[in-house]
Design a protein around this ligand. Structure first.
Ligand code: ADP
Length: 211
């Protein structure tokens, strides 16, 4: 398998934006948030287990998990949160492994919001890219995007790693504190680096094949 880069950062830091920009240059993208949404969408693989564990009142009329209701429950009840995680995490992991086998890009980005907080993906990734920005900007961008109130964003951030811990576990960092042009410039350099690393990894694999 070619190079796999774990992309992480707090809520609203710009992970999806970074992934989109690198995908446009040829990276494959696997997004664990997107997978979680699919699993809990109408007809999603996790819906049956969610009904069994939480009751049909956590499913909306369209047949998807009622996200708002589940978020409220998970925030107030840690055991409910971990029950939901026990349903979703193995399914997400399975889907990630499947998508990694299928990935066609010159390297692969694996988006994991809580990469630093969990060990689950450590063996699957070769390096960690952190999307970084000051917390005030993180809050204002998240509020603008989601309509969440400041206190709600701060409550989510309180459950995530702090900026310093995240930066400490980074192999690579992009700053998303300025405009998109600045982000794009940093990503162009990073893309070249990842292409070179992926090539190196591939030639090492070939060399190993001939031992
Ligand atoms: P994440 O995936 O980490 O939650 P997003 O990529 O969705 O973050 O970015 C959060 C919000 O901030 C989005 O509305 C996005 O369009 C916006 N955004 C991202 N980067 C910038 C930037 N450099 N300048 C202004 N807005 C940005």
């Amino acid at each position: 398998m070619s190079l796999v880069v774990g992309v992480t950062g707090g809520i609203g830091s710009g992970k999806s934006t970074v992934a989109e920009l690198l995908q446009a240059q040829g990276a494959a993208v696997i997004d664990t948030d997107h997978i979680a949404h699919e699993l809990t969408a109408p007809g999603g693989v996790a819906i049956g287990a969610i009904v069994a564990a939480f009751g049909a009142e956590f499913i909306n009329p369209q047949g998807a998990m009622d996200r708002v209701r589940m978020r409220q429950l998970a925030f107030s009840d840690n055991s409910a949160k971990s029950r939901l995680e026990q349903i979703l995490h193995p399914l997400i992991r399975q889907q990630v492994e499947h998508q990694l086998r299928q990935a066609q890009g010159c390297y692969t980005l694996l988006l994991v919001p809580l990469l630093v907080e969990t060990d689950a993906y450590r063996q699957l990734i070769d390096r960690t890219l952190v999307v970084d920005l000051p917390e005030e900007q993180q809050i204002s961008r998240t509020m603008a995007r989601s309509g969440l109130r400041e206190a709600e964003v701060k409550a989510i951030m309180a459950r995530q790693a702090c900026r310093r811990d995240r930066l400490q576990s980074a192999d690579d960092v992009v700053s998303n504190a300025a405009d998109l042009k600045s982000l794009q410039q940093q990503l162009e350099a990073l893309h070249q680096r990842y292409v070179a690393l992926a090539r190196e990894a591939k030639s090492n694999e070939h060399a190993a094949d001939h031992l």
